[in-house]
Design a protein around this ligand. Structure first.
Ligand SMILES: Cc1ncc(COP(=O)(O)O)c(C=O)c1O
Length: 494
């Protein structure tokens, strides 16, 4: 029986206005049903109102570097509004911080900031990250900073890991004091949904003179953020990065919010049109104001406006309400999954020790994660993600116990094969549009799968690439969306 949550009228209205909530696919048993989207941690669906307003904006679309004509003025104004909107969404005071849009997601922003921090303090060669980082908040620091140290997680040596360990962080800050440039930590894990105490982390890092960069890819859409204005200024955040495609505005860019004084101290990492006052054959003069200084080239204007529209709507609902709504959903899903005997949930499960938002990763005992994800898709129309979610070291930590149990009596080559089989999990992730009905559907599906493992596995084989492929069912033409096919009529009928 579905439990209904009490929500505000605005949340209810927005929740029903996402594009793709009524997408229908044909399943392996021949039935048709509406997709249940539980893959928001990868990318969220698009808010209907965002699409609507961006389409209207396109009537006025023009390059923001053109200044004089009507459309250029409208375009430039709206693009400027997008920056201000992001700053206020993240509680970043306008005098101290700037916002600029980068590449396609968080990855571009973190790479950029790793180079910025390196150039800002070239005498400091260490970045501290945690074991739970997405590769995008680990590899850029390995490449650009010099040395990266991975901070342990709470409960690291016994049982399932929880949040970042503040004591290990402090130990490393103290040990490598003068060499540490910055601490780069995810606000929320994209694997377990575990929430890190970012303001406590900032306070500690600043106490030892380190800067703080928050990977907000999973944080921005799920909980309120306050970059500045804390009673203790050490709790302020120096830089925050997130992705528009994870914040209900697919097609929008990555976003960086950073202290202006850091950016002003060095030459911008990217140069080209738009960020210079003047250029001569032998030199060039860089603009000393933001965001222009950091935005070389023509930006993704509709994308930035889409993102600002989405966060304007989210701010009107209230990030506290969004957090509370999703918290009930995720906690309820976890509780009910734990009641299913064969399900293992990864990460610290005691919600009094660490809270979660967005994601739950799990496995069904004795079933490969690829098979579970394929069955959820093919038989239940539930879209989830599986494998290691671009966080290989963390996933290895989380499944270590299961692996050791499975491999204790095997030879080295068998261990390698077994490891490849086990290394991965299934992730169900939630967004603003998910409801208790979706949780019910997931729980029902998992119960059915867990008592019919053999039946389902008999329907599948593993292909040369290691994917679970149904023996008889293939996504049929109903399920295919093809722009080239849809264009044929337009291109051929005059
Ligand atoms: C925590 C975290 N950081 C960084 C990224 C990379 O984001 P993007 O793919 O937008 O560059 C992701 C994407 O899943 C993520 O979850």
């Amino acid at each position: 029986m579905a439990v209904t949550q009490k929500i505000s009228a605005l949340l209810a209205k927005v929740q029903n206005d996402f594009i793709g909530l009524d997408t229908v696919y044909t399943l392996a048993d021949g039935t048709k049903s509406q997709r249940i989207y539980l893959d928001s941690t990868a990318s969220t669906l698009m808010m209907g109102k965002v699409f609507d307003l961006v389409e209207k904006f396109l009537d006025h679309y023009a390059n923001s570097h053109s200044l004089l004509h009507f459309s250029a003025k409208i375009s430039t104004n709206q693009y400027q509004w997008a920056h201000e909107r992001v700053l206020s969404f993240l509680g970043a005071d306008l005098d101290t911080y700037t916002c600029f849009f980068t590449g396609s997601g968080t990855t571009a922003g973190i790479n950029r900031l790793a180079r910025v921090f390196r150039d800002f303090r070239p005498d400091k060669d260490i970045a501290l990250v945690s074991v739970m980082e997405h590769h995008s908040n680990d590899l850029p620091h390995r490449k650009h900073t010099g040395k990266v140290i991975h901070i342990k997680l709470d409960n690291y040596d016994s049982g399932q890991p929880g949040c970042l360990s503040l004591s290990d962080l402090e130990e490393n800050l103290n040990r490598f004091k003068d060499r540490i440039n910055y601490v780069a930590i995810t606000g929320i894990s994209n694997v377990t949904g575990i929430i890190n105490p970012i303001y406590d982390i900032a306070e500690l890092a600043h106490k030892y003179g380190a800067l703080v960069l928050i990977d907000g890819a999973q944080t921005a859409a799920h909980m309120p953020v306050k970059m500045s204005g804390h009673n203790n200024p050490n709790r302020n955040i120096d830089a925050f990065v997130f992705s528009g495609h994870k914040t209900y505005a697919p097609g929008s860019p990555g976003v960086v919010v950073c202290r202006k004084d850091i950016l002003l101290a060095i030459e911008p990492e990217e140069v080209g049109g738009g960020m210079v006052e003047d250029v001569y054959i032998n030199n060039y003069i860089i603009k000393n104001y933001f965001p222009d200084r950091e935005e070389a080239g023509t930006p993704n204007i509709p994308g930035a406006i889409a993102l600002a529209t989405a966060i304007e709507i989210m701010d009107h609902i209230g990030m506290e309400e969004i957090y509370e709504y999703e918290e009930i959903l995720v906690n309820r899903a976890m509780e009910r999954m734990l009641d299913i005997q064969d399900i293992m949930i990864y990460g610290e499960k005691d919600l009094t020790k660490c809270t979660r938002a967005g994601s739950i990763s799990f496995n069904i005992n004795g079933m490969h994660h690829g098979l579970t994800a394929a069955v959820l898709n093919d038989y239940f129309n539930i879209a989830v993600r599986n494998e290691c979610f671009c966080a290989h070291p963390y996933v290895k930590e989380l499944i270590l116990d299961d692996m050791l149990e499975a491999v204790s009596e095997l030879s080295e080559s068998e261990i390698e094969t077994k490891y490849k089989l086990l290394a991965g999990m299934v992730r169900a992730s939630f967004g603003l549009y998910n409801t208790m009905d979706d949780v019910d559907a997931l729980i029902t599906a998992l119960k059915i799968i867990s008592i019919n493992k053999e039946k389902y596995s008999n329907h599948y084989h593993v292909d040369d690439y290691g994917n679970y492929v149904h023996n008889t069912f293939q996504m049929d033409s109903d399920n295919h969306f093809s722009i080239p096919n849809m264009l044929i009529e337009y291109l051929t009928k005059m």
